[in-house]
Design a protein around this ligand. Sequence first.
Ligand code: XMP
Ligand code: MG
Length: 183
Amino acid sequence: MDASDIEKDLAQIHFTEDQIQEKLRELAGRIEQDYEGKDLLLVGVLRGAVMVMADLARSFSRHVEMDWMAVSSYGSGTKSSGVVRIQKDLDTDITNRHVLIVEDIIDTGLTLTWLVSNLQSRKPASVEICTAFRKPDAAKMAVPVKYVGLELPDEFVVGYGLDYAEKYRNLRCVATLAPHVYS
Ligand code: XMP
Ligand code: MG
């Protein structure tokens, strides 16, 4: 299997590796300014946010800590329901810490709304959200997202951490899949 085997499955590339990296560097710059003089704990949401976390964290010239949570959101098909279960909790006590949630993509925002209130109950100094991608439905989200990367249409996408049946996460771009993949 060579790289072109994956590329054959793609219908449309929405964002290239360069576009994603440029946007993450811009977000990292803003975050660095906003958290100047404060400690910062990045909380990645497994598994999709692995790539975002790796690239965002390495764009900083300051110290950051990283921790991870895994949550599952029960939904039908590709839409989430807002009913969330923690599969892996943080190893870090976030009391009085500045927490920045690092997400791959926000669609309905139901998962994140739940996650923010869960983290708020642990009495951190602050909780904000950074997402690499956002879909239009996220506009209805109750929780404000401070750092938003790139806007996507309301289509199912893969790549840069996002999967279809656990595949395509290792693509460097974000793309929609060709119809033959689903049949
Ligand atoms: P909500 O709707 O709660 O869901 O904001 C966010 C989570 O849903 C997944 N998601 C996607 N995963 N391609 C994916 O591979 C997509 O187009 C997509 N849209 C939403 C993702 O896990 C995200 O954290
Ligand atoms: Mg996710």
